[in-house]
Write a protein that binds this ligand. Structure first.
Ligand SMILES: [Zn+2]
Length: 127
């Protein structure tokens, strides 16, 4: 389960961030995560709804239970092997915008990265 591993990693990161926040600011302790915004790599071959379903299961019983999972597609940095142009892909269309060549070099694009958290605390309601 590719999705499960990605989601577990994301959730671990989010929960760890909350834990660290609560250790640092015990007076403004976060009790709940309301929203998790993350970037999904352009080449991560996973379905958004599968991710969301996995997340719901894993988040059960944690401060992230019921949190809204917002997925953005991470742009992929590429370089054309033909003309040397550096550009960013936002769609799975692997063609150089400058010369139209398909010989494109890139790396990464498979991960799920935590961008930001919206949390609820007893105090300000904001981390
Ligand atoms: Zn090119």
């Amino acid at each position: 389960m590719h999705e499960a591993a990605l989601v577990q990693g994301l959730l671990d990161t989010a929960l760890k961030a909350v834990e660290e926040h609560n250790t640092t600011y015990p007076d403004a302790a976060v009790c709940r995560i309301e929203e998790i915004v993350c970037q999904l790599g352009l080449l991560a071959c996973v379905e958004a709804h599968t991710l969301a379903a996995c997340f719901e299961i894993f988040a059960e019983g944690t401060p992230a239970e019921g949190a809204n999972l917002t997925l953005e597609t991470a742009p992929l940095a590429c370089r054309c092997e033909n003309c040397g142009k550096n550009f960013v892909l936002r769609q799975r269309r692997f063609v150089c915008p400058a010369c139209g060549d398909e010989n494109i070099h890139f790396s990464g694009g498979h991960g799920l990265t935590l961008l930001s958290l919206r949390v609820a605390s007893e105090d300000t309601g904001h981390a």
